[in-house]
Design a protein around this ligand. Sequence first.
Ligand code: PBG
Length: 339
Amino acid sequence: MTTPPLAPYPHTRLRRVRQSDWVRRLVRETEVRPSDLIWSMVVHEGEGTIPVASMPGVERFSVKEAAKAAVRARDLGIPAIAIFPHIDGSRKDATGSIAADPDGVIPRAVKAMKDAAPEVGIMCDVALDPFTDHGHDGVVEGGKILNDATIERLIEQGLMQAEAGADILAPSDMMDGRIGKLRAALEAASYQDVMIMSYAAKYASAFYGPYRDAIGSAKLSAGPNGTGLGDKKTYQMDPANTEEAIREVALDIAEGADMVMVKPGMPYLDILRRLVEEFRMPTYAFQVSGEYAMIMAAAQNGWIDKDRAILESLTAFKRAGAAGIITYFAPWAAEKLGG
Ligand code: PBG
């Protein structure tokens, strides 16, 4: 892009177009709308709502509350909701056997939400970590996350979610080859309209901390009774890498992903921008739990202005090229922004 030749000061005064609200609105380059938002939401197996301590303002919803939330999303103009399960610890095991249970909280929530507000898209995480007692996203054997054995489980889980009525499946585990296998399984089972949003560039990040609290996932432990793996670095990406993100995304697109995602969000805006420029695919940013918690904690202390900080963060994603933002702030932001 070329910059037009600028007349030297004082003929050019860049402040002229900032002098009042009407002209600032007129020259504004990016705008966040409710239609840019995917509401990130946790559902639980019990009744009512349960606040998440590390994410003030976020509550786990029962199936019934999730259905009400879907109606609220529709009324607010939020196009889609991404749901994540909180599973009781006593029902977890080493292989996450109940991940594909057709009577589980996720399929029940999907059905209730689609019944209540069929116009709202429902996205499901395809991953085992909410269901494993060790907290990893994969099947663990001998201190190793088994890639191909995990994919088998993800396919069962994904097909179950499609059967329940999920519109978008979002594999979030970073196993190799899962997009192609899942696409093939969906096609074979006549779910050709079910979309895949790949968590294609997902980093091994400290910013997922409060999510563990939100979904009640097990604390990763290397030993003495752990899996030998105290972190997710053998599957999620090194925060230091960009070129590897390009390879990850290229593969997922080649395998049939309809949309791709960068996660976390704000610390990775450079990756987002680069991927949008490189691939021109619908590319989404996940403003994760830790990003949410940081803004809320600072706001509660009176250190930042909550409203402005949230809208500024969402605007930053749009400016960097995001087609949309997965965020816990969605209902709040949609209310502020109006339909
Ligand atoms: C699990 C998953 C995680 C998140 C979404 N899906 C956590 C992780 O990968 O460790 C994070 C969401 C958030 O922090 O808001 N596959």
